[in-house]
Design a protein around this ligand. Sequence first.
Ligand code: G
Ligand code: G
Ligand code: MN
Ligand code: NA
Length: 256
Amino acid sequence: FSIESRLRDALSQGGLSLAYQPLIHLQTGEITGFEALARWNDAELGNVPPTEFIAVAEESGLITSLGRWAAYEAAQAMSRWDAKYGQPLPVSVNVNLSAIQIARDDVESMFEEALRYAGIAGQRMTAELTESAIVADPDKARKWLFALKDLDMSIAMDDFGTGFSNLASLHTLPIDILKIDRSFVSSMLEDRDKAVIVRTILSLAESLNLKVTAEGIENQALALQLQNLGCWQGQGYYFAKPMNEADAFDYWRARW
Ligand code: G
Ligand code: G
Ligand code: MN
Ligand code: NA
């Protein structure tokens, strides 16, 4: 309860921030974008892990304002990077959506307003959602997913492989990217079963014409293996940890 009221204050007083983790094109090494990850450093509680405060936000209903804040903040960060660089950076930002947030809010107008407010093209923003967000209400999902496509946004399925997947929906809904969960990726070189799952997801994605991001790439051997398997994009501590807005810009600038 006390965490909830402190989170409410943090949301209204600018106490949250976003950290940005690079997304790397595995064949070229280029930085294609960043995943935006919420961070909360509270004066009394210290650094509260996102899994903890996201859960509190979902239980309390604060997830609607947290989600809106994240979409606006991510779009405005891009516009601040553009201003610093003098022209639009060729990168996109991935914003995470909670299934509970989606059920309660109009994410279509949220993104439309956030993009318009910051003056950012929709093609520079990707929505990350989990399978549960679709399973909960497939008809509603169809409507807002197509609405995000009308904004030129991309759609990524987060934590892919861990949830209940209706494989038909991958084909009938406008999903662009599968993010293979790091529980499969990080141990795929030692664990044959994990490697089989990763290869199966890659071949499923190829058949359905979807792009794949491998999460949890923690060393060079994994990066090379996924590159050899033809995986499109990678993310993980081997490339970079999530970093603040200024460091993310410098990271991009130094490699561009
Ligand atoms: O790196 P990390 O510990 O930041 O993230 C932990 C979890 O919190 C991840 O599953 C991530 O998707 C989730 N998360 C981080 N930021 C957000 C956010 O802005 N909105 C939602 N819904 N989830 C987030
Ligand atoms: O569920 P989601 O994919 O949004 O979660 C992203 C989370 O994964 C963040 O907490 C981020 O810090 C974490 N993460 C990113 N790269 C790695 C990695 O290489 N190894 C591990 N263990 N965690 C990672
Ligand atoms: Mn994610
Ligand atoms: Na994930």
